[in-house]
Design a protein. Structure first.
Length: 392
C-alpha cells in the first residue's frame, strides 16, 4: 500500500477553524500542482459590522485576498503542506479604522511509520480583524479583533487487526486586540484525548474514549480557570462507501476554581453522505459546555448544537452549497446571577460558477440571528456578497 495514501485517507485530525469568506462550503478547484497561487476579490454588504444589539453600523465591504498554498510528498511516507492568506477589507462606513488586514498561516506535517501507524500535526495561526462569528452583549462598536493560534496533533495505530488506538492533543490560544476584552477573554484551552476501537464487524467499530481539558485565563484566572474530564462510548459505522456515521455519548465532570463544580451529559453525533463525487450532505449534533463571552457574570455556556451542510453539483459548471447551525444554549450564571436562555442560528448559502479550471465566481448570503433572554445580547446580522477568484 502507498504510505502517502494511508496518511491522507487515514490520518485523523482534530478540528481546526480556518477563516472562510462565507458559512457555506464553497469548493476550491484542484489545480493538480504543488504550488498554487490564488487571487480573490469581492464586494459584500454587512448590515451589522460589530454585531450590536441596536444602532447597527451597516457598510459595504471591498475585499482583496491573495493566497499561496504548497503541498508536497517529502517521501513515500511523509506529506507536508502549508498555506498563507492575507485578507484586506475596506469598509465605506465604519467608526475608527476603515481598512483592516487579516492573515492566516497553516502548516501540516504527516508521517506514516507503517501501514497502520501515522502521526499528523496541524498548526493554524490567524490574525482576525473582522471575525465572522461576533461575540454577544459587548458595548457598541467594540473591536473584536483577535489572534488565534491552534496546534493539533494526532497519533493513530492499530495494535491488532481488529483494534485501533488514537492519541490526540489540541492547544488553542486566544489573544484579543482590545485591552478590556483581552482582560476578560484572553486564554489557553488545552485538550488531550485517548480512544480505543474494536471492529465488531468489518463495517462497525465500537469506541471507548477519555479526554481531559484545561482552560487557563491569563487575567484574573483564579476566578475563571477550570478543567474537565470526559468519559464516553460510541460507535463508528460505515453503512456503505458513500455513507458513514459516528457517535459518542458520555459524561463531563467539570471542576471550576472559584465556582461550583458540575457533572453534565456529553454527546457528539455526525453523519456524512457522499452521493456523488463532488456532492455531499453532512449533519450532526453536539451537547457540551463552552466558554462564555461574559466571564464576569457566567461561568460557561451549556450548548446543544445541531448543524448541517450540503454541497450539490447542479451542472458541470455550477455548484450550490449551504450550511446551517442552530444552538440552544443556557448561560450558566455565577453565584447570585440567574441563568439566561439563548438561541443562535447561523446559516449561509452560496452558488459558485466554475467557467474554467482557474476561475471561480461565487454569490453568497449569510445570516446570524441571536435570540437571548437578555436584550443586550440579541443580535441580527445579514451579509450578502459577490466574489471572483483566479488560481494559477
Amino acid at each position: 500500500m502507498n504510505f502517502l495514501r494511508v496518511l491522507l485517507a487515514g490520518g485523523l485530525l482534530l478540528s481546526a477553524c480556518p477563516a472562510h469568506a462565507v458559512y457555506a462550503p464553497v469548493p476550491e478547484q484542484d489545480q493538480g500542482k504543488s504550488l498554487v497561487l490564488t487571487l480573490r476579490s469581492g464586494l459584500s454588504y454587512d448590515t451589522n459590522v460589530f454585531g450590536a444589539a441596536s444602532r447597527n453600523v451597516e457598510s459595504s465591504v471591498f475585499t482583496f485576498a491573495p493566497k499561496a498554498a504548497y503541498n508536497a510528498s517529502v517521501s513515500s511516507q511523509t506529506f507536508f503542506s502549508t498555506s498563507y492568506q492575507a485578507t484586506l477589507e475596506h469598509f465605506d462606513n465604519r467608526p475608527g479604522e476603515k481598512t483592516l488586514d487579516s492573515h492566516e498561516l497553516t502548516a501540516r506535517g504527516a508521517h506514516a511509520f507503517s501501514q497502520t501507524t501515522t502521526l499528523d500535526v496541524l498548526e493554524v495561526f490567524q490574525v482576525l480583524r473582522n471575525p465572522e462569528s461576533l461575540l454577544n452583549g459587548l458595548p457598541l462598536n467594540t473591536d473584536q479583533s483577535n489572534n488565534r493560534n491552534e496546534l493539533n496533533a494526532t497519533f493513530v495505530t492499530a495494535p491488532t487487526a481488529k483494534t485501533g488506538l488514537v492519541v490526540k492533543a489540541r492547544s488553542v490560544n486566544y489573544d484579543y486586540r482590545d485591552a478590556t476584552l483581552g482582560r476578560s477573554l484572553d486564554r489557553i484551552e488545552n485538550l488531550y484525548g485517548l480512544s480505543g476501537t474494536f471492529a465488531v464487524l468489518p463495517e462497525v467499530k465500537a469506541v471507548g474514549e477519555v479526554r481531559h481539558q484545561d482552560v487557563f485565563y491569563r487575567k484574573v484566572g483564579e476566578s475563571k480557570n477550570k478543567s474537565s474530564d470526559y468519559l464516553m462510548g460510541g460507535v463508528d459505522y460505515a453503512f456503505a462507501k458513500k455513507l458513514t456515521a459516528s457517535g459518542r455519548v458520555g459524561a463531563e465532570w467539570r471542576h471550576r476554581d472559584a465556582e461550583r463544580s458540575s457533572t453534565s451529559p456529553y454527546a457528539e453525533l455526525s453523519l456524512k453522505y457522499d452521493y456523488t463525487e463532488t456532492s455531499f450532505l453532512s449533519a450532526g449534533f453536539m451537547r457540551t459546555l463552552e466558554e462564555s463571552s461574559d466571564t464576569a457574570r457566567f461561568t460557561d455556556t451549556e450548548v446543544n448544537r445541531v448543524f448541517a451542510s450540503v454541497q450539490h453539483q447542479v451542472t458541470a459548471l455550477i455548484v450550490a452549497s449551504g450550511s446551517v447551525t442552530y444552538e440552544s444554549s443556557v448561560l450558566q450564571g455565577r453565584r447570585g446571577q440567574f441563568d439566561i436562555d439563548e438561541d443562535t442560528t447561523r446559516a449561509g448559502v452560496a452558488v459558485s460558477y466554475l467557467p474554467k479550471k482557474n476561475w471561480t465566481v461565487s454569490a453568497s448570503y449569510d445570516v446570524d440571528d441571536v435570540r437571548s433572554g437578555e436584550r443586550s445580547r440579541t443580535m441580527v446580522r445579514h451579509r450578502v456578497g459577490l466574489s471572483a477568484s483566479y488560481s494559477f
